[in-house]
Ligand binder design. Structure first.
Ligand SMILES: Nc1nc2c(ncn2[C@@H]2O[C@H](COP(=O)(O)OP(=O)(O)O)[C@@H](O)[C@H]2O)c(=O)[nH]1
Ligand SMILES: [Mg+2]
Length: 302
């Protein structure tokens, strides 16, 4: 097994054992009957694929079984695996062709935003890029402190403001500073109080607008961090963000501690977003470009 497949496999242990273990044992020597479809449907819903995604996957599989005249559940294995891979986009490395390329990162509190930003910062730094962090989560003093700690650890500069100051203002200053320093990438950490709070959504819209004022066209990317340990809940929260700003990618956090990694399959259908990166651990180098084959191989095995 390649190193990369091995790394994904290790990180996906919980999702594989807890949620997809039963899916894997489903594929046996038994005949495909009406009951097997019901069973597979229930297992996939339990594995956090969501109802809509599961139903369309089952329909696709049924059509192929009919067409090819398959009779045994073990023959379904390759089919389901291919369908699961198909539910995911294979991202390519996001291009950083603007100078600076401004990336706004959103998500609810605790989803893993700040940690993911630190990992992105380290990744881009290793690629030889000049990175600047902007602490626009000014709502909690601890949030700014946390990003400052990462800034030191990863050794990239940071623009901060006083706690409770305007997140729009620090965003503006941050982008202007990136322009004058000649930064390649600006990573903006935003606040993530509960998505049901109206003013959070107004605040994030403002950060988005102000970025464009500081640099027309910015933010070039708006990514949402999803806590995979919360399964389908994460998607509902993300939908609220998607209404407020134009998101163009999802980042998965905590796959290594999640049993609900199956939620990844519902992201395209429910949010229309490609998954770009995934956090496979707590270390700064544990962020990987999303790999749909490694992901599906990591959760499904016989
Ligand atoms: N195991 C693991 N923990 C993570 C990952 N990403 C974030 N965390 C942890 O999740 C918690 C919340 O993360 P944080 O970045 O502060 O979330 P934020 O409130 O959205 O900024 C912290 O304890 C992180 O160490 C990950 O990919 N794997
Ligand atoms: Mg944070």
């Amino acid at each position: 097994m390649s190193d990369i497949f091995q790394k994904w496999r290790e990180s996906l242990t919980k999702t594989r054992d807890v949620a997809f273990g039963k899916v894997s044992t489903f594929f046996g020597a038994t005949q495909i009957t009406e009951d097997s479809w019901d069973e597979l449907e229930a297992l996939l819903i339990q594995a956090d694929l969501g109802v809509d995604t599961t139903i369309s996957l089952i329909n696709n599989c049924q059509a192929q079984v009919d067409r090819r005249g398959l009779t045994k559940t073990e023959q379904l294995y390759a089919l389901v695996k291919a369908e699961l891979i198909n539910l995911l986009d294979q991202p390519s490395e996001p291009e950083l062709n603007q100078h600076p390329t401004v990336i706004m990162v959103a998500g609810v509190n605790g989803s893993g935003k700040t940690t993911t930003i630190a990992k992105l910062a380290a990744r881009y730094k290793n690629m030889g890029k000049k990175v600047l962090l902007v602490a626009a989560d000014t709502y909690r003093a601890a949030a700014v402190d946390q990003l400052e700690v990462w800034s030191k650890r990863v050794d990239v500069p940071i623009i901060t403001a006083q706690p409770d100051s305007d997140p729009g203002a620090v965003t503006y200053d941050g982008i202007k500073s990136a322009i004058s320093r000649g930064s390649d990438v600006v990573l903006i950490d935003t606040a993530g109080r509960l998505h049901t709070r109206y003013n959070l959504m107004e605040e994030i819209k403002k950060v988005y607008r102000v970025a464009d004022k500081a640099l027309p066209g910015a933010p070039h990317y708006s990514w949402i961090v999803l806590d995979t340990t919360t399964g389908q809940n994460a998607l509902q929260q993300a939908a609220a963000f998607a209404k407020a700003v134009h998101l163009n990618g999802a980042l998965l956090a905590k796959l290594d501690t999640s049993a609900k990694g199956g939620m990844a399959f519902a992201i395209k259908k429910q949010l229309g977003l490609p998954i770009l990166f995934a956090g496979l651990g707590e270390r700064v180098d544990d962020l990987q470009l999303f790999d749909r084959e490694a992901f599906v191989n990591g959760i499904l095995e016989r």
